[in-house]
Write a new protein. Structure first.
Length: 429
């Protein structure tokens, strides 16, 4: 993807100054925050059913494992379309595509909110997944092109901040709203937010052309770049482990007699995730591999506690803290690692990461549903522990390329580490 920004619009509102001999421009924050909100809606739409599982299953008159497939079908929609849409829309102008993707979310969330038919709900969730595939095909690159070259990493970080905010704040907030006013209100609130965002994008986000044919990403060639495959493997297995537990957390807590505490436990998880994001943002430049290993170990310890001591309520909350501390920075770590490894092919590497992320979420929903029906929710923590063993092994082995101890990123190129002053940012390339 071209990294030459369209500065004509920016120059009118962001006059150039000089500092330390380097040209400086202000970032178009209003436009970037609109993209961050689009990322927030994309992620929250996917994961919102996790906190509303029991209520949704009652209203739709299906089992909790069947309701968990609303996460699966969304992820399938994204996994099937992220790479094809990246290629098919590469030459299209960006703003119209973004508006179309967000309109798809508004439609899908509205149908989900009003539907009482399980099959119709599943169709709506698949449509939302396709909209996500279109959104992920353009969001990171769009953010990059809104900024001057030397600020492109920070622009992407601001736009991708919607990921951790959705997971750490959005899902707990949606769960509280669903518990107070009903799960349908939570989805209708997503529609209302999306309508506001459509107006915001129309008014504040400048349009940009697509890519020339010669610039478009080549997926198979990217997969052969040293370091890309290990990061993609870790993404697939780590996200699978997380999703098996996260997608059915309401059912897991219900079996522990903590169904009334689901929202609070998710809030504790979210607060710990925000702390993790801050730590990772401050340390990722020099400790990429050690932070990734630490994240996997913390999630493993949390799973072990849930496996052997879940009858103690206080330890469930301790597990939520450890889980959040381990998981919160993982999107930042993996997206930064794949961007660094991909280099000039970072856009193609990112598209593959998004696809495998959603394959893992789809598989997690299916496997979690089977485990819930066959072995019960107590099998979730043990499964997480088993899956994290190869994750840790691959991260430790890929020290030369993929998960180096210290990042080597040329100034002004590739994803930049999130500054400590902006802990919610999730840098990607």
């Amino acid at each position: 993807m071209s990294t030459v920004p369209d500065t004509a619009a920016d120059s009118a509102e962001a006059p150039e100054t000089r500092r330390g001999g380097q040209e400086q421009q202000k970032l178009p924050l209003l436009a970037l925050l609109a993209l961050a909100t689009a990322v927030f809606i994309t992620c929250l739409t996917e994961t919102l059913p996790a906190g509303l599982l029991t209520a949704m299953s009652d209203d739709l008159r299906v089992s909790e494992s069947a309701t968990g497939q609303t996460v699966t079908i969304y992820a399938i929609g994204t996994a099937l379309t992220a790479i094809p849409l990246t290629a098919a829309t590469a030459g299209r102008r960006r703003k119209g595509l973004l508006l179309a993707a967000m309109a798809g979310f508004a439609l899908a969330n509205t149908v989900t909110a009003v539907s009482s038919v399980y099959e119709l709900t599943m169709v709506a969730r698949f449509v939302a997944g396709v909209a996500a595939g279109l959104a992920w095909a353009l969001l990171a690159g769009y953010a990059r092109r809104l900024a001057p070259v030397h600020l492109q990493g920070r622009a992407i970080a601001i736009a991708m901040a919607g990921i951790p905010v959705a997971l750490s704040i959005g899902v707990p907030a949606g769960t509280f709203l669903g518990e107070a006013l009903g799960w349908r209100v939570a989805f209708l609130s997503m529609t209302a937010l999306t309508v506001v965002l459509l107006l915001w994008i129309f008014a504040a986000v400048p349009d940009h052309p697509g890519q020339e044919r010669g610039e478009r990403p080549k997926m198979l060639r990217t997969l052969r770049i040293p370091g890309v495959a290990p990061v993609l493997f870790v993404t697939l297995v780590f996200v699978l482990a997380h999703t098996i537990l996260y997608a059915y957390i309401a059912a897991f807590l219900d079996d522990l007699g903590l169904d009334d505490s689901t929202g609070l436990i998710l809030l504790v998880f979210g607060a710990a995730s925000l702390a993790s994001i801050w730590i990772v943002g401050a340390q990722i430049q020099h400790r990429l591999r050690s932070l990734t290993v630490a994240g996997a170990l913390l999630v493993a310890v949390a799973a072990a506690l849930l496996a052997v001591a879940s009858d103690t309520t206080a330890l469930v909350y301790v597990s939520a803290v450890l889980w959040g501390l381990g998981w919160g920075g993982v999107p930042t770590l993996l997206q930064t690692a794949v961007g660094d490894a991909g280099g000039a092919s970072a856009d193609a590497a990112q598209a593959m990461l998004v696809t495998l992320w959603n394959v893992a979420m789809a598989a997690g929903g299916i496997i979690g549903g089977v485990l819930l029906d066959v072995a019960g929710s107590e099998s979730f923590p043990w499964t997480v522990l088993l899956l994290l063993l190869p994750v840790i092994a691959v991260v430790l082995h890929a020290r030369g390329a993929g998960f180096p101890a210290t990042r080597q990123v040329p100034r002004g190129a590739g994803p930049l580490a999130t500054p400590a002053a902006t802990p919610a940012a999730d840098p990607t390339a």
